[in-house]
Design a protein around this ligand. Structure first.
Ligand SMILES: NC(=O)c1ccc[n+]([C@@H]2O[C@H](COP(=O)([O-])OP(=O)(O)OC[C@H]3O[C@@H](n4cnc5c(N)ncnc54)[C@H](OP(=O)(O)O)[C@@H]3O)[C@@H](O)[C@H]2O)c1
Length: 258
């Protein structure tokens, strides 16, 4: 079968595609020639960022459709794919950037913390991959955002890293199961990134530690992973990098290893 791994003319669905890393990916894939981008957002507070992203996607020449949903139920994820397909046509590329973070000592973690974070980081991720496997076009591409903490020996991030960890296995299994339709499935694991998601959990000292922890820290604006440096990796994985499947790729300037 002839490979078709371009972004040109493709329809893209991006969960959490309104702002920060997801917003940059929405803009980038539009600029790379995607035909249409379905941009998902969750909270009302994100609506204006979603509208800004929609304008940028449109200015780059792609059709755009905004979708609002809390994705912590399987039904909501299924509806997201159905609504996106109805709005922009068959989906070729599905990217899930949704996530939440809780940083606290293991002894202080409550059952509510556990249920909340696993609902987004593990449950949404599983059903997103499942629905993508069922509803994406042949030769489709699926990417999930995880974290470089998966390979860190550190405290305080037990339920954040722990709730992202299952995605590695979902990704491997999905690459096996969807491979016969030519679908490539990967996970991308950035280091601590320059977004409010990171700063919300950190003290001045812990932020400073992370700003100096990567081998390449002093060559970025803040020392953290710049989300702009994650975008080309995602772009590659959903196009010419299709041969990489079932893998979790760390991109962190030399912050953690395996
Ligand atoms: N920033 C970092 O230090 C860092 C490092 C490594 C990996 N990551 C991962 O990278 C991804 C993007 O993070 P980011 O830094 O760009 O921050 P972000 O914009 O806050 O990304 C998180 C996204 O998840 C969405 N979300 C949260 N709960 C949801 C729910 N119940 N249903 C649907 N969507 C929901 C948020 O939407 P609303 O805000 O509208 O609720 C938001 O768009 C995340 O998966 C994160 O775990 C981040």
């Amino acid at each position: 079968m002839v490979a078709d791994n371009t972004i040109t003319g493709k329809n893209v669905l991006i969960a959490g595609g309104a702002k920060n890393l997801g917003g940059l990916i929405s803009r980038d894939l539009a600029a790379q020639g995607a035909r249409a981008v379905a941009v998902h957002y969750n909270s009302e507070a994100t609506r204006s960022a979603a509208e800004e992203t929609a304008s940028a996607v449109s200015a780059a020449g792609a059709a755009v459709h905004l979708l609002q949903a809390d994705l912590t139920s399987a039904a909501a994820v299924s509806k997201l794919f159905d609504d996106a397909k109805e709005a922009i046509g068959p989906i070729d590329i599905a990217i899930n950037t949704t996530g939440m973070v809780i940083k606290k000592p293991l002894r202080e973690i409550t059952e509510e913390d556990y249920d909340k974070i696993f609902a987004v980081n593990a449950k949404t991720a599983l059903f997103f991959i499942q629905q993508a496997g069922e509803k994406l076009s042949d030769r489709g591409k699926i990417v999930t955002l995880v974290t470089s903490l998966l390979s860190a020996f550190t405290g305080l991030y037990s339920i954040y890293a722990g709730s992202k960890a299952p995605v590695e296995h979902f990704t491997r299994a999905a690459s096996k199961e969807f491979g016969e339709r030519g679908i490539s499935v990967t996970a991308v694991a950035p280091g601590p990134m320059e977004t409010p998601f990171f700063y919300g959990q950190e003290t001045k000292d812990s932020a400073e530690y992370n700003q100096n922890a990567a081998d390449l820290s002093k060559f970025t604006a803040t020392g953290l992973t710049d989300p702009k440096d994650i975008v080309p990796l995602v772009r590659f994985l959903v196009s010419d990098g299709w041969w990489i499947t079932g893998q979790t790729i760390l991109a962190n300037g030399g912050y953690t290893t395996r």
